[in-house]
Ligand binder design. Sequence first.
Ligand code: SF4
Length: 253
Amino acid sequence: MDQNGFQPPHAGPVEPLEYSDALAKELSAHSDELESASPREILSWAIERFAPHFAMATAFGPEGMTLIHMLAEIAPRTPIFNLETGYQFPETLELRERVKERYGIEVQFVRPLLDVAQYEKKHGGPLYSRDPNQCCFDRKIKLLEQVAAGLHAWSSAIRRDQSPDRAKTPIVGWDRKFQLVKVSPLANVTRETIWEMIVNEKIPYNPLHDQGYQSIGCQPCTRAVMFGEDERAGRWSGQEKTECGLHSIEDED
Ligand code: SF4
């Protein structure tokens, strides 16, 4: 277990995956092949290729919940972690308990070293309004960097139709920022399909979605969206920021 409480699925240190031309070619070929594969098939491929050095990150969004549902069937021992910034909604944290009840899967919280009170004391108040990039860096990016040291690949739940930036997401690619292979099984899936899956398969979801929240991050940086607004319009509303930095496409090859 590392200092944040993340329990890697293997014993002992992991040799990092070296990025090379050969790996780039392999990833690109698989990404092309998997373009027409289902999310379950993509996840199965990733597990076969990278387990036990493969994990999934989730913020318990609707997309992540469908992936958890699939992993519960395909490979329930896959480690799943949540970057617990200390600023998440109680409803989001409660979803972790519902996942445990429904699937017997314990999503691991990965927390910053300083809790919210210590962090705000250090900075003379909350940073999310003054310097959200620094806040996201300290309370999300740094945590993923630490988790990444024990992995070769991770799965995100991003969809290409979420934003112009995300439209370029490969199914499989090299994540330069975290020096990991990044697998996006839902890249080709639409929001409508995600919700059909949730309804048809009775997958648990965050009750805030029923109150107009479409994309849910930390409480101070998320608002409900109004009719006709983009699904991510409620994230860092009124600021130029649109991503926390975990999925910046310029950081991928
Ligand atoms: Fe801080 Fe907001 Fe980023 Fe959460 S989303 S880490 S509160 S700036």
